[in-house]
Design a protein around this ligand. Structure first.
Ligand SMILES: [Zn+2]
Length: 644
């Protein structure tokens, strides 16, 4: 080695001293290879030809959906078919590609070579030979056969048939530019409900007219043996499929409440962004629950008893159909510009979910109260519960701004979390609701009662009657519309503070300056009682900091609470209370007895094969949230909940 070579070596070593010292010199050091995306990006051009799609949904015994597609191809060579990945309404990449099986592509009866894209496993590259103008594609959507695989979508009595889980589409086009003619095959004797109107039926095969791939994906079906349809308005219907005939027995006054809910929504929003609208309600103990919005329909899945055990389905009545219906305006028609995508491969951004879901959550409860779907007292109790959850029940407010929780559909995809109150979750729904209650309070107070959030809704959602495309918006558009309704207020600053900044205090002014205050008493509200009953759980979030099932399994622990300090976690099982076998009455009594200077409850806890006796150091007794009226006369919250 000469001097010059040594100098070069030294300078090389000196230039990257850190890299040279971090790993042993002997270690191999690969270079990154370039990642090349070979999937054509979506373009706003007409797709040449019409796809024919047939979904055979008749094998409900095995819950296997058999799909056939006849796909015109524009050119020979590499042709890419995509399975929908980013699902509207889920706000996340939750398409179940793991349940696509049996993929086969043929042309004129001969198998074609295909390979999956390894950078995007939702994409199939098919090698199209010269002279071939259309290919045939077959695959199965092997839907979940047990709850731990995902939502059950087929039972012996009904099926939830979502085209978006049962089709592939060509890459390179806006989905609104792809023509498709779809057909479905259901078990003999079943009825089908959907926003689509059939063009024909032979036996159990129903054909639908040519539409765009986007509209088809937005128009799922429910099908089943037990079916009833109720007209709610000239353009809106409630289609019900149930496990059995008795579950269809809606009382006239129950249907009237749904009619009033539709009527109250139209009074708020004005224009309708559909030609007709179908609530697709499934009532089943076996089909997975659902609440999924579409422009011209919604998938509303509840457990048995919706009509025949009306008193115990409070949440279904407030946060399901009034919520999903509101989405036809808020979310489907008016959609955040960064959320809107031309296909289901482009990532969605959820930054304005506090508008999309937050204001929808708000209107869901308001419409439920205004229509009588929920009594005013139950609505107030529900708001009390929300106020408590996002106030003292969310210590994670000190580190995480509400805006950051809009990433949660992508971060967590609704997987169970150990410390929800600290991690926070999709809080933009219900904390969003509290913010919009306060926005209404501000508008009412500062306009001297002349205006309300109804004026905002009419201005933001009520244009272009009959348009069921998407009209996008930005943060600035929300601020501009609020400024139009009430110019004297700093809306930009308000939303920055409430949504984007860290806000340790919950936004409760809509309540506390709207005629009520949040109080805790030792008696649960009807709302809390029903929710405890439905969840088979005791609610002690504000009485020691935990919830626990009738079976003794702990289902939540409030961060930094007495339960937290006692080392109780989700997954712990309570076996005994004060030396006696655990049951719900025993734990309630022990918490009551500990009030003031009573003895702290002793809980025998099992975690794995370890048994521990812990003391729950809580002496505040049983505490449940309520809203208490302040002063006389009507507050802004009363005015908000009154029917129009
Ligand atoms: Zn929603």
């Amino acid at each position: 080695m000469g001097r010059a070579a040594l100098a070069v070596l030294l300078s090389t070593c000196l230039a990257t001293p850190a890299a040279a010292q971090l790993v042993p010199a002997l270690n191999s050091r690969p270079e990154a290879t370039a990642k090349v995306d070979t999937i054509p990006p979506a373009r706003d051009i007409a797709y040449p030809g019409t796809i024919q799609l047939t979904v055979d949904a008749s094998d409900v015994t095995r819950a296997i959906f058999r799909i056939h597609e006849h796909v015109p191809v524009p050119h020979p060579g590499d042709f890419v078919l995509l399975y929908p990945k980013w699902l509207p309404g889920n706000h996340s990449p939750s398409g179940q590609i793991n349940k696509v099986a049996g993929f086969r592509a043929t042309a004129n009866g001969r198998d074609l070579k295909w390979v999956r894209d390894t950078l995007d496993v939702y994409a199939f590259h098919v090698d199209v030979p010269q002279g071939v103008t259309a290919i045939d594609v077959d695959f199965q959507y092997v839907s979940p056969t047990a709850g731990n695989q995902g939502r059950i979508v087929a039972t012996p009595d009904m099926a939830s048939i979502e085209w978006i889980a049962n089709s592939l589409y060509p890459a390179g086009y806006y989905v609104r530019d792809i023509p498709i003619q779809a057909s479905v095959i259901v078990p003999a004797g079943w009825r089908v409900a959907t926003a689509l109107r059939p063009s024909g039926q032979i036996g159990n095969k129903i054909d639908y007219p040519v539409t765009s791939y986007e509209i088809l994906m937005d128009s799922p079906l429910i099908a089943g043996a037990h079916y009833r349809r109720f007209e709610l308005s000239p353009k809106v219907a409630l289609d019900v499929i149930a496990d059995n005939e008795p579950e269809l027995a809606a009382k006239p006054e129950q249907i009237d409440a749904h009619k009033r809910m539709v009527d109250q929504a139209l009074k708020v929003f004005g224009a309708q962004h559909y030609d007709h609208y179908d609530f697709l309600l499934t009532i089943s103990d076996y089909l997975g629950g659902e609440g999924l919005e579409h422009h011209r329909s919604s998938e509303d899945g509840v457990k048995r008893g919706y009509f025949i055990d009306w008193d115990h389905h409070l949440t279904d009545r407030s946060s399901l159909m009034p919520h999903e219906y509101t989405h036809s305006w808020d979310g489907k028609y008016r959609r955040a510009a960064d959320l809107w995508t031309p296909d289901y491969r482009t990532p969605m951004q959820d930054t304005l979910m506090w508008m999309y879901e937050g204001q929808t959550q708000f209107w869901g409860y308001v419409l439920a109260a205004r229509s009588g779907m929920l009594t005013k007292q139950d609505t107030l109790d529900a708001i009390a519960s929300t106020a408590a959850t996002y106030g003292p029940g969310t210590p994670g407010r000190v580190w995480r701004p509400l805006e950051d929780t809009t990433n949660d559909p992508i971060i967590a995809q609704r997987s169970p979390q150990p410390w929800r109150s600290w991690q926070r979750s999709e809080d933009y729904y219900s904390e969003g609701q509290l913010i919009w209650i306060d926005v209404d309070r501000i508008i009412r107070q500062q306009s001297g009662g002349k205006k309300s959030i109804d004026d905002f809704a009419r201005a933001f959602f009520g244009m272009r009657d009959g348009d069921y495309g998407e009209l996008t918006y930005t943060f600035d558009d929300i601020v501009a519309t609020l400024n139009k309704v009430l110019p004297s207020f700093d809306w930009r600053g308000y939303l920055q503070r409430r949504v984007y900044a860290i806000a340790p205090e919950a936004p409760l002014e809509g309540i506390t300056q709207g005629g009520y205050r949040l109080v805790f008493t030792d008696k649960p509200s009807n709302w809390t009682k029903v929710s405890e009953m439905v969840r088979k759980t005791g609610e002690f979030t504000y009485s020691g900091g935990f919830t626990v099932g009738h079976d003794g399994k702990v289902s939540s622990v409030l961060w930094d609470s007495p339960a937290f300090n006692a080392g109780i976690t989700i997954g712990s099982e309570v076996l005994a209370v004060n030396g006696r076998k655990y049951d719900m009455d025993a734990i309630k009594q022990a918490i009551k007895d500990a009030a003031g200077s009573g003895p702290a409850p002793e809980l025998l806890i099992q975690d794995g094969d370890v048994y521990r006796t812990v003391k729950l150091d809580w002496h505040g007794g049983l505490r449940y949230p309520h809203l208490e009226k302040v002063g006389k006369g009507e507050g802004t919250l009363d005015a908000l909940l009154a029917p129009r």
